[in-house]
Design a protein around this ligand. Structure first.
Ligand code: TTP
Ligand code: MG
Length: 370
């Protein structure tokens, strides 16, 4: 499930007189001189080619008469929760994949794809009646294909990709639609003249490895609709982590780094023992004089490997390098999810994919509930 033009739809809901005319949620366009980007746009604004992540100045040039509004995030969170409550009534095997998207495992609820389509219609009606928002659904045998299918006929779309037809469904679609393909891979695809999933699927695993490194063979499988990644459902614990206090304040960055590495290793061990993955990584730094700050980053793909956790932690530390000796370093993981019905073990995502998927999540924010 993925909600249609989510933030813009909430704005229309709260301001019914805006409905149907172009609406852009994002930075202030300042008559075309504004900086910042489009967060999302309603479907009327998309007719002008306005889309998420486009510079706000370009959106303004494309449609100066559009209504431009700043986002109201607490309200979006509230509406998101209302939608998830409805989905939760039907199944508890549900992965919350973002503020407006979720994966539901319906294997125990339906026997055929026809029944799944009926269930999706039912969900759509209940969501719209209860929240005033519209949603699109994709049904398939895997998360990747279901996600692409949910986007296939928006808004209010329902698309079922029956077993065995995955590769045929994907074949004509743009390769960049594959979840995990970010700006870096997209540029590489363009360079190589690869446009569709069929183009990608035609390449051998070996060739894909040569072209895209460790992510290549996986990308080729995804392009054929092969994906055994399991659902990740919320875990009972909210966070885990640990911290180290130095006997004497330390001003050597190499020591800080080895501390964070050790903390990452401990956390990774716990995660793996419990079969859990984490989406958000936060570091805590206390410098001489007890001044303390935390910095966190959310990843688009939850992780459980030591290297991935350490890499984010070290990046956060380097970007916020302490200017005084350090008394304490901590590492905390939140957004914890358990792997359901292990169809497979979790795949280790290559570091370049983790890095490249990051952009739209605000790269830095304070995490207050350490
Ligand atoms: P999406 O589901 O990608 O977009 P959408 O719901 O607005 O439109 P669609 O009908 O195509 O699904 O993202 C959900 C919300 O997340 C979106 O309303 C705004 C926010 N968002 C960002 O903040 N930055 C981004 O780059 C994107 C793509 C979305
Ligand atoms: Mg959406």
């Amino acid at each position: 499930m993925d909600l249609d033009a989510f933030f813009a739809s909430v704005e229309e809901l709260d301001n019914p007189e805006w409905k149907g005319s172009p609406l852009v949620v994002g930075a202030d366009p300042k008559m075309g001189l504004g900086r910042g980007v489009v967060t999302t746009a309603n479907y009327a604004a998309r007719k002008y080619g306005i889309k998420s992540a486009m510079p706000i100045s370009e959106a303004w040039r494309r449609c100066p008469t559009a209504r431009f509004v700043r986002g109201h995030y607490p309200r979006y969170t509230e509406k998101s929760r209302e939608v998830f409550d409805i989905l939760q009534e039907a199944t508890d095997v549900i992965e919350r994949a973002g503020i407006d998207e979720a994966y539901l495992d319906l294997s125990d609820k339906v026997d055929t794809f026809d029944e799944a389509v009926n269930l999706a219609r039912d969900f759509q009606a209940r969501i719209e009646a209860a929240t005033g928002l519209t949603a699109s659904f994709g049904m398939a045998t895997s998360k990747t294909v279901a996600k692409i299918a949910s986007d296939y006929r928006k808004p209010r779309g329902i698309t079922a990709v029956t077993p065995g037809t995955e590769a045929t469904f994907l074949a004509p679609l743009a390769a960049r639609r594959i979840p995990g393909v970010g700006p870096k891979t997209e540029a590489r695809l363009e360079e190589l003249g690869i446009e569709t999933c069929a183009d990608l699927a035609a390449l051998s695993g070996t060739r894909m490895g040569e072209l895209f490194g460790s992510w290549g063979p996986r990308l080729a499988e995804l392009a054929r609709g092969i994906d055994d990644s399991p659902l990740l459902v919320a875990w009972e614990r909210k966070s885990l982590g640990n911290e180290t206090t130095y006997a004497q304040d330390v001003d050597d960055p190499r020591v800080w780094e080895s501390t964070l590495n050790a903390l990452a290793e401990e956390s990774a061990e716990t995660l793996q023992k419990e079969g859990v993955v984490a989406r958000t990584i936060t570091i805590k730094v206390r410098v001489t004089g007890f001044e303390t700050y935390t910095r966190g980053r959310s990843l688009p793909v939850p992780v459980c490997e030591k290297d991935a956790i350490a890499r984010v932690a070290l990046d956060l530390l380097r970007e916020n390098a302490p200017d005084k000796p350090v008394r304490l370093l901590g590492l905390r993981l939140t957004g914890l999810a358990a792997v359901v019905r292990g169809q497979s073990t979790l795949r280790a995502w290559p570091a370049d994919v983790l890095g490249e998927l990051e952009p739209w999540i605000a790269p830095q924010r304070r995490v207050d509930d350490w």
